[in-house]
Design a protein around this ligand. Structure first.
Ligand code: PBG
Length: 333
């Protein structure tokens, strides 16, 4: 049958613009850039050492000197921001969590080192007591309860120490009520008026944080679960209430976490608030892709790109991802 003899033809040939890469590029709706990426890194004590994180192939805990070198490289490859997570040992974890607001704790030393070497790279922190809490919880535990207001007072001290060390973005990930307002008030009162807050506004109680807790040494410490403060995965309207609340308390940017299982939430945050919106592609999402790739079940590089593109489609400004250095490298290749 010659083509000319086919009488009826499709009214809409959407395949026309898929014919060749040049045309596909012209009609492409979303673009990923290194400038969209925030790199979460695990830091550890010591000098010139790295330790692999078993459940996150390709991810290592870095001593501060190595961190600075890697940050210089990542920034040169276009990654604009880095987010710090300290690996702590059992001795660092106490009932009063005092190390969390110590001016010389691992995170604060790392912030100072980064700001001295790569001042133009934005440094983001995590505000939650879990790395320093004997219970592995994000807040103080009193008679089995994670107490809110006492925790907020401690988080303010933690955020103050980070701002004083030079942090550009404070990232409260604890999910206590009222912490954004309390941190914003402190920042204003103490002259840190240009320190941003990226609130982990809609943070779900997720199984996908498993490898992270391993990476920061908290898996063994954590007693119970985080369901009294992190969100129920069954809820979506509540996510919007949290975003609205955090914006009204002074958040500059908001985050949805995890990422891939919560793309519907990202889309509705974008549509309802039009605010700078970020997703955290968390440790379990990273581990799934890396594990399947290591087994030869999927093409790891293609899956990485596709997984990051979904966040742009959903409406994100940017993505916290462990793939940041690899993705930036690929984009500049
Ligand atoms: C700590 C914190 C967690 C993550 C970021 N900050 C773990 C948790 O809430 O238990 C998870 C990040 C990841 O899984 O990559 N408050």
């Amino acid at each position: 049958m010659s083509r000319a003899t086919v009488a009826a033809f499709p009214a809409h040939r959407l395949r026309r613009t898929r014919k060749m890469e040049s045309l596909r590029g012209l009609v492409r709706e979303n673009h990923l850039a290194a400038a969209d990426l925030i790199w979460p890194v695990f830091i550890r004590d010591g000098v010139n050492e790295t330790t692999p994180v078993a459940s996150m192939p390709g991810v290592e805990r870095l001593t501060v000197d190595v961190l600075v070198r890697r940050a210089v490289e990542a920034f040169a490859a276009g990654v604009p921001a880095i987010c710090l997570f300290p690996y702590t040992s059992a001795e660092d974890r106490t009932l009063d969590c005092a190390m969390a607001w110590d001016a010389d704790n691992l995170t604060n030393r790392a912030i100072r080192a980064l700001k001295a070497e790569v001042p133009e790279m934005a440094v983001m922190t995590d505000v939650a007591l879990d790395p320093y809490n004997i219970n592995g919880h994000d807040g103080f535990v009193v008679e089995g309860e994670i107490v809110n207001d006492e925790t907020v007072a401690a988080l303010v001290k933690m955020a103050r120490a980070q701002a004083e060390a030079g942090a550009d973005i404070i990232g409260p990930s604890d999910m206590m009520d009222g912490r954004i307002g309390a941190i914003r008030t402190m920042l204003e009162a103490e002259g840190h008026i240009n320190v941003s807050i990226m609130s982990y506004s809609s943070k779900y109680a997720s199984a996908f944080y498993g490898p992270f807790r391993d990476a920061v040494g908290a898996s063994a410490a954590l007693k119970g679960d985080k369901k009294t403060y992190q969100m129920d995965p069954a809820n979506s309207e509540e996510a919007l209430r949290l975003i609205e609340r955090d914006l009204s308390e002074g958040a500059d940017m908001v985050m949805v976490k995890p990422g891939m299982p919560y793309l519907d939430i990202i889309r509705s945050v974008r549509e309802n608030f039009g605010v700078a919106t970020f997703a955290y592609q968390v440790s379990g999402e990273y581990a799934m892709i890396q594990a399947a790739a290591a087994n030869g079940w999927i093409d790891g590089e293609k899956a990485m790109v596709e997984s990051l593109m979904c966040f742009k489609r959903a409406g994100c400004n940017g993505i916290l991802t462990y793939f940041a250095p690899a993705m930036a490298k690929l984009l500049s290749a």
